[in-house]
Ligand binder design. Sequence first.
Ligand SMILES: Cc1cc2nc3c(=O)[nH]c(=O)nc-3n(C[C@H](O)[C@H](O)[C@H](O)COP(=O)(O)OP(=O)(O)OC[C@H]3O[C@@H](n4cnc5c(N)ncnc54)[C@H](O)[C@@H]3O)c2cc1C
Length: 413
Amino acid sequence: MIDFELSEGIQNTRNMVHMLAENMMRPSARQYDEGEHGDKPWDFINMMWEDAKRRNRARFEAQKGAKKEAKSDKPSENAVMFANVIEELSWGDCGLYLNMGGGLGVAAVEAVGTPEQKERFLKRFTEGEPKWGAMAITEANAGSDTAAITTTAVRDGDEWVLNGEKIFVTSGKAAVVDSEGFVVVWATLDRSAGRAGIKSFIVEHGTPGMTVTKLEKKLGIRASDTCTIVFEDCRIPFNNILGSPEVQKKDSTSGFKGAMATFDATRPMVAASALGIGRAAIDFVKEEFQNRGIQIRYGISPYRMTAVEREVQQMEANLQAARLLTWRACWMMDQRQRNNLEASMAKAKAGLAVTLVTQKAVELLGPLGYSRELLLEKWMRDGKINDLFEGTGQINMLIVARRVLDYTREQLK
Ligand SMILES: Cc1cc2nc3c(=O)[nH]c(=O)nc-3n(C[C@H](O)[C@H](O)[C@H](O)COP(=O)(O)OP(=O)(O)OC[C@H]3O[C@@H](n4cnc5c(N)ncnc54)[C@H](O)[C@@H]3O)c2cc1C
């Protein structure tokens, strides 16, 4: 059976988050965009944190319970719910949403951490003050090509020693300086082993040798910090490695694939964020048209449509196609099915859709789209990030092509 209806629980949550987005996020969206690297929106962060702690507690307990009772294959609707919440929050403001506590590092520990690591690093996300967990993969010469990572991790007795520089770390400052958070750092144990040598390590806030050296000035999502972090003889405990410390050259990519599995969970959420920004732009365009007495008519023959009606309906169709791919990738996650292909499909489609939709919205409204007194120009700037991080549109399309054609990485680069 195919059912495209959201459950009542998801619809109710979605409505509630929408009200919050409208009343708490929209009014301050411009202020935090203009004040890049200025004050943090603590009122908003603290308010969201109370809810996040409760959700994290429930999620972590459910995971533990599922393990104990060996019911880990039991379906849930967590991912579909989460995607809908993110769409609404991003409709409110994507920069503020990214500035809420948590982050990609938390998702990585959840996906591949041991029970002991989850207890040690994730429990803090269920109590106390807001905290962030960042993810540091990208380097000056290693973005799409993660195999080119040069940050090293060398074992020294009971410790790892990390050296290298990571750039464009989302919420890096929040994790390292503003809270008792951590950063998940990708580093190589053995460069000659290529991808098999790359492992991820958890580095706690306040660890000597880890320094935030630069804050990026960005095109969009300016309420969210993005920074450079340098690791200089940075020592961390041996058991802060995520996954096995063995470098298995024979089965050369199994460990790396484990780390990449985090993206199967996070790419659909980036796609969901794109949907929220795109929808904000379309809602705004339709409202403005309505104010001018222009109605978008649905269900009429294409021969009778005006040019504007055609444009708006194409924008909506584009976004809805991305939404269905996103929900599918999330639903598969909830069914405990592998969703690597679907996660990349959703991310590639949604990143492109939000870019096209927001640009078209600015075009349709002309000066209103270009004015900084309104938020449309901001959504065009914010939206583009969804086509960049967590794998660019091109890289996700490459993954889709490889999977559909059954080609290896070497056969299709
Ligand atoms: C605001 C922001 C926040 C970020 N947050 C994080 C974060 O939290 N953690 C983190 O680790 N990184 C983060 N990044 C980095 C981001 O993930 C990378 O920028 C992205 O992966 C692209 O890598 P790159 O910049 O090295 O570009 P490159 O890999 O050099 O790519 C440049 C261009 O070439 C294209 N390209 C590359 N290879 C191919 C190919 N084989 N086929 C076709 N086209 C190709 C790309 O699609 C892109 O258009 C962030 C970036 C930004 C802008």
